[in-house]
Design a protein around this ligand. Structure first.
Ligand code: KIV
Length: 263
């Protein structure tokens, strides 16, 4: 299979200029990636370090290793039928520009079309962009370093910092920026000030695009769910019901019947 194309920054700037909204979802495995790539109009897949919670069962993204990100990025890139795949740079993988370049290069070699980096790290972003690695920024709530998981940028000072960081990321050469858990008015202001697209998660409808964690929007995640998560399906109950039927039928002897047997 042909490798995924490296992100062409101008294409995403043009999409924004043309008022075309951008859709992104996370994926971590072949089965879901294959389904996602059959959806008309889904623009990008993010191999997020949210896989720490969704796949690995941790309660933080901080536990996710570079090796885990490479493993899942490679799987998604192989299964995605050409849809751009963004590889998340995990905690401590971009502490210095040298480390960032080494790790981002590995993600690109694993099949990523671009990498995503949390926070405003000028020396890192400039170095990667100079080396031809497209960077998606990520501002607002930064799960790798957050002390609390609340809406960010509510007071003027915090909002000004996020706004300034967004402008700086654009100047450093980022091709897009994720805005996580910020007030709608701040996301709108940032979106209006940038040429590159903003991709919101819990940032309201005025961003140029949206991203959600796939398992959350499919209703596979149980327990606490943030306000911004819309469950577009209830797959948790569908899975439990199907597995309950399987277990009941095996135990009662009603599965497998003759049509499911070889002769
Ligand atoms: O890791 C992730 O899935 C993310 C999204 C929530 C933006 O960073």
């Amino acid at each position: 299979m042909a490798p995924n194309e490296v992100i062409d920054k101008q294409k995403w700037i043009d999409k924004k200029a043309d008022g075309k909204r951008i859709t992104m979802l996370t994926a971590y495995d072949a089965a879901f990636t294959s389904l996602l790539s059959q959806v008309d109009g889904l623009d990008m897949i993010l191999v997020g370090d949210s896989l720490g919670m969704v796949i690995q069962g941790h309660d933080t993204t901080r536990a996710v290793s570079m090796d885990a990100m490479l493993y899942h990025t490679e799987i998604v890139a192989r299964s995605g039928r050409g849809i751009p795949v963004i590889g998340d740079m995990p905690y401590h993988s971009f502490d210095t520009a040298d480390e960032a370049l080494m790790n981002a290069t590995r993600l690109m070699e694993a099949g990523a079309s671009a990498v995503k980096i949390e926070g405003n790290k000028p020396e890192v972003v400039i170095r990667l962009v100079e080396d031809g690695i497209p960077v998606m920024g990520h501002l607002g709530l930064l799960p790798q370093t957050a002390e609390n998981f609340k809406v960010q940028g509510k007071d003027n000072e915090a909002a000004d910092t996020i706004f300034k960081d967004a402008l700086e990321l654009e100047a450093q050469g980022a091709f897009a920026v994720v805005l996580e858990c910020v007030p709608r008015s701040l996301a709108q202001k940032i979106t209006g000030a940038l040429k590159i697209p903003s991709i919101g998660i819990g940032a309201g409808p005025d961003c140029d695009g949206q991203v959600l964690v796939l398992h959350d929007m499919l209703g596979l995640t149980q327990g606490y769910s943030p306000k911004f998560v819309k469950r577009f399906a209830q797959l948790d109950s569908a899975v439990i019901e199907a597995v309950q039927s399987y277990s009941d039928e095996v135990k009662s002897g009603s599965f497998p019947t003759d049509p499911y047997s070889y002769h």
